[in-house]
Design a protein around this ligand. Sequence first.
Ligand code: ATP
Length: 370
Amino acid sequence: MSAFSHLLLDGVSRRFGGQDALTDLDLTIGTGEFIALLGPSGCGKSTALNCLAGLLPLTRGSIWQDERRIDTLPPERRGFGMVFQSYALFPHLTVRANIAFGLRMRRLPKEEIRRRTAEAVRLVRLEDHVDKLPGQLSGGQQQRVAIARAVVFEPSLVLMDEPLSNLDAKLRLEMRTEIRRLHQSLGLTTVYVTHDQEEALSLADRLVVLREGRVQQIGSPRELHTRPANWHVADFMGYRNLWRGRVQRRDGSRATVESSGQRLHGEAVGDSADGADVVVAVRPEDIRVDGAGGTTNALSATIEVVEYQGRELAAEARTDTGQSLHLRTEQRIAPGDQVKLAIDPRRLLVYPAGGTADIDRRADASAATR
Ligand code: ATP
């Protein structure tokens, strides 16, 4: 299928037996873009991908490739490449034959099959393994074969569903770079499903964050990282400190909040007037341990648990007013230490509460695991 300039998802929705798995997904994907669909388990990521692939009919909405409606086409007529978590290689075929399989099915001329297969093998750096069977390859190599097989027929769109989740941590990192490299060299439009925010941030041009089947935010990695649209997205993007509070004063985007007996200054995201119940969100790495931040957002706390994580330490602490918090630091700290903490007000985000019962459940769960 020929390339396109835009792929449009218009109100794409899918229900399973009265349950909404995906609701009103609107998204325009430009050619060459790398889009990550991100969210916790069960949020509808795979449903969205399978709707795009044609493996699941839509309950409502439509999908357009430029002016052409494609959601009514069967998967093979959409011409998309697919890579799944399970590599789904043919065990009795060599690497070369696995990669060439789709081209053979399309009855391309022999010489073209040979040329394109060799090119795909080179792209995923499997030149030394072309005559092996999948069972003779490592997990990472098998996933490379799966990727080569998906890109060999130069699809207009590549769909990837958690392709790295069966690999160990080191291989995941290597393959992540590999996928990024491939994307840059081929410029293939890609939609990539993952629940791993780091993976999504490092790979994608734009991220689509889903929760309970609904889009929470669409934005660049930087936008998602620095300014999540609501506290659910913040939670998912690594703002591990989520505290309930109440707005004392709002002045433009600045808000002064009372939370657990502390007065905190931060940036308000969204509507929260004086007196409103809010959630304060802070990343562990944005809490300074040396107290060098002056008197704004200064907290006294006792370190309770310390985990060694290479260059940094991850710690849990409790403020003098009883608030539990997570922090990361390169400073040497140990359980029992009394520390002065400080948070830059630009890094303390203040969100309208809405559904804060979830925060209490989270707090209960983390208390239970301690
Ligand atoms: P995960 O990361 O765990 O794969 P996901 O975000 O990809 O999750 P989906 O697989 O899209 O989530 O599922 C979204 C919702 O739809 C879930 O509540 C799931 O139970 C439900 N669901 C998915 N497929 C079916 C199905 N075939 N029949 C019934 N319900 C389904």
